[in-house]
Design a protein around this ligand. Structure first.
Ligand code: SF4
Ligand code: SF4
Length: 294
């Protein structure tokens, strides 16, 4: 395993961490084995926010075996009242749920409890600010919910490898660890292949040659078409839609929690005329509104 030091504190964090959003379909035994094998491989940073509450007990059993050796991040504001991941900004239920979740995973503290979202330009600005302030960043969804691994779903129309995506994220300012979500042991073993990859396999410079591909009429979430008179965050709405269509329940929940939805589009055409990639965004807003029903 490769490690990076937190700028303040100096703790050594594994560059490969583990996300748990996909673990709900694995058996309890597989969940425990996946966490145990990750720790054996040197992983010491975990995101313990699954899409459903079901695997939390098995995750907790595994965590008890390793708690002193690993860092755990959770999301303040996540709610599992229905059994599935939900969200609130109301402090009282958020704090109650946070404490219940710590109990469920058998610990009485989390090492990080933040969740951020935003557009590419905002993220880069924020990352630079974190780097300047000496704050370590953990990156989630480095494969964009699997889209970047599938030419049919990728906004570039071509495939990147897991290793290239991980290296791309690790090269961003302030980043200390990348936490791809895994479904099972096989996913974990695939990820760990990053550690044996050659410099050539980690090289993602072909991204530059993919840029012209983005001229195809696919939204790449750049937000060049803002501002929308209805207050719709066009890039974010499109990103959550694309992720939801490939089965990302968290992204669907984030969409529902946005202040403005595709259903509020008034069809003014501003985004259509502003998009440098030729996306027929006003039509796409109708499609997105129909998908989510809002
Ligand atoms: S519609 Fe075009 S300009 Fe707007 S976010 Fe998508 S790609 Fe960018
Ligand atoms: S067409 Fe819809 S999404 Fe695009 S700018 Fe107008 S209101 Fe906003």
């Amino acid at each position: 395993m490769e490690y990076r030091a937190l700028p303040h504190g100096g703790e050594k964090i594994s560059v490969i961490g583990l996300g748990s959003a996909g673990l709900h379909n694995a058996s309890d035994a597989e969940v425990e084995r996946t966490i145990d094998e990750a720790v054996d491989a040197g992983v010491n940073h975990f995101d313990f926010i699954p899409s459903e509450s079901r695997p939390l007990a098995a995750m907790g059993r595994a965590l008890r075996r390793h708690r002193a050796d690993v860092h755990v991040q959770v999301h303040i504001g996540a709610l599992y009242g229905s059994g599935a991941y939900g969200w609130t900004t109301d402090a009282k239920p958020a704090i109650a749920e946070f404490e219940q979740r710590l109990t469920a995973i058998g610990t009485d503290y989390a090492d990080e409890s933040e969740y951020g979202k935003g557009e590419a330009a905002d993220r880069m600005e924020l990352l630079c600010e974190f780097e300047r302030a000496g704050i370590g960043v953990s990156v989630m969804k480095p494969f964009a919910g699997g889209q970047l691994l599938d030419a049919a779903q990728s906004p570039f129309g071509r495939v990147l490898t897991r290793t290239q995506c991980i290296q791309y994220a690790l090269d961003k300012p302030g980043v200390v660890t990348v936490l791809p979500g895994v479904h099972d042991l096989a996913d974990l073993r695939d990820l760990l292949g990053y550690l044996d990859a050659t410099p050539e396999e980690r090289d993602y410079s072909e991204l530059a040659s993919m840029a012209p591909q983005s001229r195809e009429a696919r939204c790449v979430y750049c937000n060049h078409c803002q501002p929308c008179p209805s207050g719709i965050q066009v890039g974010l709405v499109n990103k959550y839609y694309d992720l939801a269509r490939v089965g990302d329940e968290l992204a669907a929940e984030h969409y529902r929690n946005l202040e403005h939805h595709a259903g509020e589009c008034v069809g003014c055409g501003h985004c259509d005329s502003r998009c440098p990639f030729g996306v027929a965004q006003s039509s796409r807003m109708c499609e997105i509104a129909a998908y989510f029903g809002m």
